[in-house]
Every structure is written in C-alpha cells, then in structure tokens.
Design a protein around this ligand. Structure first.
Ligand SMILES: Cc1cc2nc3c(=O)[nH]c(=O)nc-3n(C[C@H](O)[C@H](O)[C@H](O)COP(=O)(O)OP(=O)(O)OC[C@H]3O[C@@H](n4cnc5c(N)ncnc54)[C@H](O)[C@@H]3O)c2cc1C
Length: 588
C-alpha cells in the first residue's frame, strides 16, 4: 500500500483550482501576535533560550506533527478486553502515529515535566507558565486529542507534589517525572459519574478501608486517557457525609507494586465526535487499590486545583485551534478565486475573516495575561493569585465558546472542501465542541465566575485594578478611546457585581461573564498595541471588541463604518500599520 504524499512536498501541478492548506508553514514564525507578546511577558534571557524550541515546535506543528495528527484522527484507539488466555488484562491499541506524537510530547519536549523540574529544554529551572502555555498553543495547532493526556499528566504531578504524603511522592513522582517511555507513568483524572458531572456532590464511588488499604468500588462514566498509569479521582469514604464535603481524593495506579493489574476494568471506549485520537472510556472499579491524597475531608478543594489548571489549558487549546482556523482561512482566502477575483478581495469575505480574527487574537491576549498572573502567583503575589482566580474561568468559558463559530467560519471560507475530512477544517469543527463540555460546561464556568470569583472572592476588583493599570500604560493611545474603555470597564464590573448580588439575576450570569471577558481582552489588546515593538494593529482589534461586543448597535441602522472598512484592510494586510495611522483610526 502506498502512503499518500506528504502535503509539504505535494506537487500542486494539476491542483491549481484547489486552495492549499497551511502544510509546511512554521506556526511560530507566521504568528506575529505570539512572538510580540512573548517579548512582553518573558524575560529576555528566557526568551533567548526558549526561542529555538518555539521555532522548532512551530515547524513541527505545520509539518510532521500535523501529518501524524491527521493519521491518528483516522485511526482511533481500540480497546482489547482480554488477552489470548482469557485474562482480564485490558489494554488499548494506538496507531503508531499517536505513539510518534507521544514521543515528541513526552520525550522530546517533556511537556509533562517542564513546570516541575529543571532540565527540560535546556532550562536550569522549571519553565515559566507563559512558556509552557505558549508551547501547548503551538502543539495544539496540529494535534488536539493528545493534549489531554499531556496536560492531565502535568496537572496530576502538580496535585501529587502539593498534597501527597512524602511516601506517596517518593513512590509516584520519579515515575511521573521521567522522560523514559519504558518507565514513565502518565496521569489522568476520573471524576464524572452517571449521577453527576456538573453535580460533583452526587458522586457514588465508595472508598472502603480494608486491611489497612483503601479500595474503591463504583463506576466512572467519562475517563479520558483511560489507560493512564495513575488516575486521580474522587470517592466517598465509607461513612463520610453526602455531597461534596464527603469526598476524598485518591490516586489509583493501573498496576500494583507487584506488577499485577489493579482491580478495575476499562469497560468500553466512547465513540466520540472529536478528540478521536485519544481514548476516553468507562471504568468499573472492583475493589481497586488506591492511595489517599492529602486531607480526606478536602478532596474536592484539592481536586479543584487540577480542574482550574485544566480549565486554563482548555482556554489555551481553544486559542490554538482558533489560530489554526485563522491561518487556514487566510491561506485559502488569499489563493482561491471566484468570479474573477481572489476571494479575499470581497467585502463580505473580509468581514468574515475579521470576525474570526478578533476572538482568536483576544484569546491569545487572555491566555498569556493569565499565564503571566500564574507566574507572578507562583512567585508569591496574592494579588496575582486573585487575578488568576477570575481569569481562569473567564478564559475557559469564553474562548471555548468562541472556538465553535470560529471553526465553522473558517470551514466556510474553504467552501465545500472545508466539510471534507481530507482537510483539517472538518476536524477543527469536530474538536471545537468539546471545550464547552469538559471541566465544566459554559453554565458551570459562568456561575463560577459570577457566584464565586465575583460574589465570594471579589476577584473582579483585582481585575479592575490590573486593567486600569494597563490603560495607564497605554497612554500613547488617543484619550477618547481610552476613556471609552474605562467607561466600559466600570460598567462591566458593576454589572457582574449586580448579578452576583441578586439571586434572581442568575440567568444573566453568562452575559455578565462575557462582558468581563470582552472588556478584559479589549484593554489587553489596546495595551499590547501601544507597546513599543508590538504590532500596533492589536489596538484596532480592541476597538472592534469595544464596538461589537460592549456597545449596543441598531442592526437596522448601521453606523458610519468608514473606520471599520479601513481598519479591516489594515488588519488583513500582510504588513503592520504605523502607530500614527492606528491612532487616527481609533480617534475617528
Ligand atoms: C469526550 C469527553 C471526555 C471527558 N473526559 C472526562 C474525564 O477524563 N474525566 C472526567 O471526570 N470527566 C470527563 N468528561 C465529562 C465532562 O467533564 C462532563 O460531561 C461535564 O462536566 C458535564 O457533566 P454531565 O455530562 O454530567 O452534564 P450535566 O451535569 O448533566 O449537565 C447537563 C446540562 O445541564 C447544565 N447544568 C447543570 N447544572 C447546572 C446549573 N446549576 N445551572 C445551569 N445549568 C446547569 C449544564 O450546563 C449542561 O448544559 C468528559 C466528557 C466528554 C464528552
């Protein structure tokens, strides 16, 4: 059987009517926004040391990794329930393309360990969060499914390091931090049960102490990375109270210390809409041995640390998939002809391109701002911790929602070919939808923002302070524009506070959360665009957010759109605009 030609080397002779895709591009080199913002957020020494790795991963994401991802998506994992001797040695077969992607992720880049120990990518200390999430962003532009096992291994290590006993750490961490595939233990998180996904307090899995060790009984309904070597999960110790208060956190090893398979079964794998390269399954716990992690009465509180880290990563993944969508749409729009013109020359199509570009750049700004807050929180800043508290669900909620129309919009730019599985657009549309489900649906994240981050922690005040500071630093932008942003900020904060204070207003939680996301991204884009060396066009994107997401418009009486038409031309152009030209457009 002959393999299809690599797209990179694909001879396009005879394919002249079909718009190409991004194959062969370096996703780091072509991403001006990412490169500019990394200069704002990373120390120059760190950037100098890490840039070759960003560049290398950018090339892989547009090349080899992309080809592997395409194949892995077509060859989903297969569960084997028993071996030839009838033993319940369940295992999952993965296509070699998936295994090759694992080598890049866990062996070459060591994503799982980069936040936890020195020595990855030539660094003499763990990587800053900004760098880790920038690498995740590049990786996911090619492969989305595998980012789940990568991220959940990283976040499981975080929980074990923070909460496990010294003995449990000694047992698990050397394996989990290893980059040797023969000895490495990868992690996962099994929380959801049939009785409860959002309603975690409904969890029914029972933990019983038998002969001095914990054994688990029950069913887990959604288990991504189903064959991980160690899973973190919530279970209710016998006699513990109902609801979330009675849940404890456990580490469940796949194999026991003597090498035997632990007493749980992967009952079946899910036939999923997206993330098809990665195995999600159902687990039946039949007295499986598990280790208690941390305080038995603080299971959910501890687990929420993993949930929040995952939520941030989900926001990054949505940003990455949107970037891939925009890259694909631009390549297509600049090459496809219709009615005698290249399609990018049509006003309606230009508007469509802008509509997918704005949320994409906004998500980039948001995740790097959140990652920077994480770096400052890790260095001991309580203010940054408070800021991260609200930025995490904001990013997860809004970026994951935006991913869906952006993926659909990019597919439409490719026309009918976008619907065909030979092109990446179809996979991007399928993969985009999971972001609004796992680690909390949109409603659950919006409620977390309004009821807890705003209502209980008052984290929106820290957000307001941080954004006012950014506006002060954007003094190079026209005053009238900055005043409009200040006013919108005050209104968004007041609206969120009002919704948090009135139980009857719960139905508007998503609206209020969206308002906070949009004003945050608008001010970040404006601030970034005002900084020396950064593409000034980012400030134009801020105006689009302000006008289209934070200002009432009459759909039957379009405003004078001269600034819009000129701004779209500049944003979609291949060259940056001068700060003076941008300032004129912001002022008009
Ligand atoms: C492919 C895939 C992989 C997954 N992998 C994992 C995994 O590895 N580990 C894991 O633990 N879980 C995993 N999940 C489960 C996922 O996290 C849950 O599906 C999700 O949390 C939603 O829970 P649920 O399915 O029970 O929906 P429900 O909680 O039943 O929600 C149904 C609807 O009700 C809404 N709703 C619920 N409560 C409220 C409320 N208070 N106010 C307003 N609306 C509300 C929700 O927003 C949703 O729209 C996975 C799911 C999928 C699809």
């Amino acid at each position: 059987m002959h393999a299809p030609p690599s797209r990179k080397s694909f001879d396009r002779t005879g394919a002249d009517h079909i718009a190409p895709d991004c194959a062969g591009q370096n996703f780091y080199v072509i991403d001006r926004g990412l490169r500019d913002l990394l200069r704002l957020y990373l120390a120059p020494d760190d950037l100098a040391r890490l840039e070759p790795h960003f560049d290398r991963l950018g090339a892989l994401a547009g090349g080899r990794l992309d080809e592997l991802a395409r194949i892995a998506d077509k060859h989903p994992p297969v569960l084997n329930a028993r071996d030839a001797f009838g033993r319940d040695e369940d295992w999952i077969d993965y296509h070699s393309s998936y295994r090759d992607m694992e080598k890049i992720a866990f062996g070459d880049f060591q994503f799982h360990a980069m936040s936890h120990r020195a020595g990855t990518l030539g660094m003499d200390r763990p990587l800053p969060a900004v760098a880790k999430y920038a690498l995740q962003y590049l990786f996911v532009q090619a492969e989305f499914g595998l980012m789940c096992p990568i991220s959940v291994t990283d976040t499981s290590i975080h929980l074990i390091r923070k909460f496990a006993s010294a003995e449990l750490k000694d047992y698990l961490l050397p394996k989990m931090l290893s980059n040797d595939p023969a000895n490495q233990w990868k992690g996962t998180q099994f929380m959801t049960e049939r009785a409860g996904g959002s309603d975690v307090g409904a969890i029914e899995t029972l933990a019983r102490c038998e002969d001095g060790e914990w054994r688990l009984y029950g069913d887990k309904w959604f288990c991504s990375h189903a064959d991980a070597d160690v899973a973190l999960l919530l279970a209710r110790p016998e006699g513990a109270p109902a609801g979330t208060r009675g849940l404890a956190l456990f580490a469940l090893p796949r194999r026991l210390k003597d090498g035997r398979r632990n007493s749980y079964r992967i009952v079946r794998l899910k036939d999923k809409l997206g993330t098809r390269s990665m195995a999600s399954g159902e687990i039946r716990l039949e007295g499986a041995v598990a280790y208690l992690v941390g305080d038995a009465k603080a299971g959910l509180k501890q687990m929420m640390e993993q949930v929040n880290l995952s939520r941030l990563s989900h926001g990054v993944r949505a940003a990455a998939m949107m970037r891939r969508c925009v890259n694909e749409a631009l390549v297509c729009a600049r090459t496809r002809s219709a009615f005698g013109k290249t399609i990018i020359d049509y006003p309606l199509l230009r508007r469509q391109l802008l509509k997918i570009t704005v949320p994409t750049e906004a998500a980039l700004s948001m995740f790097l701002f959140a990652a920077n807050a994480m770096d400052r929180a890790n260095a001991g800043s309580k203010d940054a911790e408070n800021l991260l508290r609200i930025l995490t669900p904001l990013l997860k909620f809004r970026a994951c929602r935006d991913n869906i129309p952006v993926a659909t919009g990019a597919m439409e730019v490719r026309g009918g070919n976008g619907y065909i599985e030979e092109w990446v657009n179809a996979r991007l549309v399928r993969d985009a939808h999971i972001g609004v489900l796992w680690e909390g649906t949109s409603n659950i994240n919006a409620l977390d923002i309004i009821q807890r981050a705003v209502g209980k922690s008052a984290a929106h005040r820290m957000l307001g302070t941080a954004l006012k500071h950014k506006l002060d630093e954007a003094a190079a932008l026209p005053k009238g524009f900055r005043d409009c942003l200040t006013l919108a900020l005050e209104r968004a904060l007041a609206f969120a506070e009002q919704v948090a204070a009135e139980p009857d207003a719960e139905a508007t939680a998503r609206l209020a959360a969206s308002g906070l996301y949009h004003i945050t991204s608008a001010i970040l884009l404006a601030w970034e665009g005002s900084q020396p060396g950064v593409d000034a066009r980012r400030a134009l994107l801020a105006r689009f957010v302000l006008e289209h997401r934070l200002t009432a418009r009459d759909p039957l009486a379009p405003a004078n759109d001269d600034w819009e038409r000129d701004s779209i031309d500049i944003v979609l152009g291949e060259e940056p605009a001068s700060p003076a030209r941008v300032a004129t457009l912001l002022d008009s």
